[in-house]
Write a protein that binds this ligand. Structure first.
Ligand SMILES: Nc1ncnc2c1ncn2[C@@H]1O[C@H](COP(=O)(O)OP(=O)(O)O)[C@@H](O)[C@H]1O
Ligand SMILES: [Mg+2]
Length: 282
């Protein structure tokens, strides 16, 4: 066993809440590979960001960790358990330790703010209603919205709704928090507030956070470590300061939001000349 031969590896593994080891993934067997040989580390207590262009597979990484999809190859370890190998009950138990805020993850519009946050507690625990009330108010307090408990989603702003969604994601005190594009569609003030909340909730819960985002400024402010994915692989990784200073062309283009660089502006297709002369149609 590798454990016996290499003490350093054991220590390293134990310090990661989540690990991806050489993961290959395609949505259909034999279909277009989305992730190829992807390995990532998510150390306990840290905020780690997964970044990259639209369609590069960021949400897919979250679905793999959540066990919604299974890889063709490789391991996805959560607390040492290989997620793809878990049975239904095992997966359910592991998911209980994960708080997820999905991309476009909306609140239940027919439930009040209070009932939205209470939902996972009622779904996953047998706690008495009096205790659920205390827990919900604590979570709402943590996001500054205890006073909004009786409002309906239609009565609150988009920024407030995102904070209610955060409170719902942390309702069960998860060990792992995963946020998919948590800054999308927010005004600059809500954006800054949400970013600071994501950081402070991680500290308060003693959790580990994974953020999937393409928003460099906000993400770099709160992430301890950043992975950049392109073409199903990691093209760059490091601490935000190091990446900001990186001369790597991909990182430079992404961090400085340049239209031209290794990531082309144009979707691959026939040349402009061919399209206009009709050559492309032949
Ligand atoms: N359910 C699905 N079935 C087939 N292909 C999918 C599915 N979901 C996403 N894809 C494809 O997988 C790739 C990665 O998607 P995704 O992980 O959502 O990217 P990102 O979150 O980085 O924008 C994209 O090319 C997308 O079209
Ligand atoms: Mg996505």
């Amino acid at each position: 066993m590798a454990d016996c031969q290499n003490g350093a590896n054991v220590t390293e593994s134990a310090s990661n809440l989540v690990e991806l080891n050489a993961v290959d993934f395609a949505y259909t067997a034999g279909g277009k590979p989305i992730l190829s040989g992807l390995s990532m580390r998510f150390p306990r207590g840290k905020v780690v960001a997964v970044m990259g262009g639209s369609g590069c597979g960021k949400t897919t990484v979250m679905r793999l960790i959540g066990g919604q999809v299974r890889p063709q190859q490789g391991e996805i370890l959560f607390n040492g358990a290989n997620i793809p190998a878990l049975d239904r009950d095992g997966l359910y138990a592991v998911r209980r330790q994960m708080g997820m805020l999905f991309q476009f993850g909306a609140l239940f519009t027919d439930l009040s703010v209070f009932d939205n946050v209470a939902f996972p507690l009622r779904e996953h625990t047998d706690l008495p209603e009096s205790m659920i009330r205390d827990l919900v108010l604590m979570k709402l307090n943590a996001v500054g919205l205890r006073g909004a408990r009786d409002l309906m989603p239609s009565e609150i702003s988009g920024g407030m709704a995102r904070r209610v969604a955060l409170a719902r994601a942390i309702a069960l005190d998860p060990a792992l928090l995963m946020y998919d594009e948590p800054f999308a569609g927010l005004d600059p003030i809500s954006l800054g507030l949400t970013a600071r909340l994501i950081r402070s909730l991680n500290e308060a819960l003693g959790a580990t956070t994974i953020i999937v985002s393409h928003d460099v400024n906000e993400t770099f402010q709160i992430a301890d470590y950043v992975y950049f994915i392109a073409d199903g692989r990691i093209v760059a990784e490091g601490e935000p300061e190091a990446l900001r200073a990186s001369a790597d062309p991909f990182v430079h283009q992404f961090v400085h939001a340049e239209a031209d660089g290794p990531v082309p502006f144009h979707y691959p297709g026939p040349s402009l000349a061919d399209d206009f002369t009709g050559e492309a149609a032949r």
